[in-house]
Design a protein around this ligand. Structure first.
Ligand code: AKG
Length: 335
């Protein structure tokens, strides 16, 4: 467990240590070098999604039985395999990716059949590398659902996407909140978590702590604790400060997304505590995509240097978020 249990250093935000150490990781291209890929806005992969179910204000999350079709799931999973092997149909790499798989890594996610020492694969902004993912993150239907759930009058924009792909044998993910990792004003974040596999319990589905979006701030942990063995230490300490016992958390508040079909999703408040178990299956991958949205009128925090992850997108003398990097997918802005 990291000693740094205050607000995470922005420079560490969401960077899995193995990537930082990976000399082959391309990192984020400077603003000027990046040309956003063209995308066909006519097809919205979420056009026929089912409505949100649940009580967002009360629980801090809702679920949608189907966000995208099984056919679209298959396409995205196939595209993910290509991106993991360095094949980008846009010609641009994701902002972060694990070491590229070699041609002889034929298994899904490069799985060799040996579950020992397997790591979770994390990619950031796959939408910049692949047009099918781009079409998904730009979904106007999804942007409108997010803005409405969150009550964002200006609409919604994408801050970042993150693939969390767990080959068999992958470890659990520490319980955390999303908001501390986003350096914007206002600090609101809404995350859409899309299942790209059927969430059998053995795969380590996402788990939420019901109502925890209403808990106070306090200690949050740092990004290099994401794969710590003690996955609930921060969660229990946050709960204790609210007068909630560990037993209450485990027996009454934890809600698992097990049973979610591939193509289904959950949408959570960035303050809702969540985490996931290990993938203990011997042969099934567990793939998920998190889409982090912020209000359309969000800006960089005035007078503050943004963290390493966000800094390349900051224009000198302006707090505006460039639409090319933070696309607005539901636009109710008046100016
Ligand atoms: O897929 C997971 O286990 C983690 C996802 C997550 O933390 C997120 O999308 O915010």
């Amino acid at each position: 467990m990291s000693d740094n249990l205050s607000r995470p250093a922005a420079s560490q935000a969401f960077s899995q240590p193995s990537f930082a150490e990976d000399p082959t990781s391309e990192g984020i291209p400077p603003c000027a070098e990046y040309t956003p890929p063209r995308v066909d806005h006519t097809e919205d992969p979420c056009a026929d999604c089912t409505p949100p179910r649940g009580d967002y204000a009360r629980d801090g999350f809702v679920t949608l039985e189907n966000l995208i079709t099984p056919a679209t799931v298959d396409i995205l999973n196939e595209r993910l395999e290509r991106v993991l092997r360095g094949q980008y149909d846009t010609g641009t790499a994701p902002d972060k990716r694990p070491k590229l798989l070699k041609d002889n890594n034929k298994g899904v996610l490069g799985f060799s059949g040996n579950t020992q020492g397997v790591r979770t694969l994390q990619l950031i902004n796959i939408w910049k590398a692949d047009t099918q993912f781009k079409q998904l993150v730009l979904s106007s239907k999804l942007g409108h659902i997010v803005a409405e759930l969150a009550g964002w009058k200006s609409g919604a924009r994408l801050a970042q996407d993150q693939v969390w792909a767990k080959p068999p044998g992958s470890p659990p993910l520490v319980f955390h909140r999303d908001t501390p990792y986003f350096d914007f004003n206002p600090s609101d974040v809404v995350t859409v978590w899309l299942a790209l596999d059927h969430m059998d319990p053995c795969l380590g589905p996402l788990q939420y702590v019901k109502g925890s979006h209403r808990w106070g701030e306090g200690r949050t942990g740092s990004a290099n604790m994401f794969f710590d063995k003690d996955t609930k230490a921060l969660l229990y300490s946050a709960a204790e400060r609210e007068g909630v016992s560990r037993e209450d958390v485990d027996d009454h508040l934890l809600v698992s997304m097990e049973g979610m079909v591939a193509g289904g999703c959950s949408i959570h408040d960035g303050k809702t505590w969540h985490g996931s178990g290990p993938n203990v299956s011997s042969c099934q991958p567990r793939r998920g995509l998190g889409l982090h949205f912020i209000p359309a009128d969000a800006t960089f925090k005035s007078g503050e240097e943004p963290g390493k992850l966000w800094k390349p997108f900051k224009q000198v003398g302006s707090d505006e978020l460039p639409d090319a990097f933070f696309p607005v997918t539901c636009d109710h802005r008046t100016i």
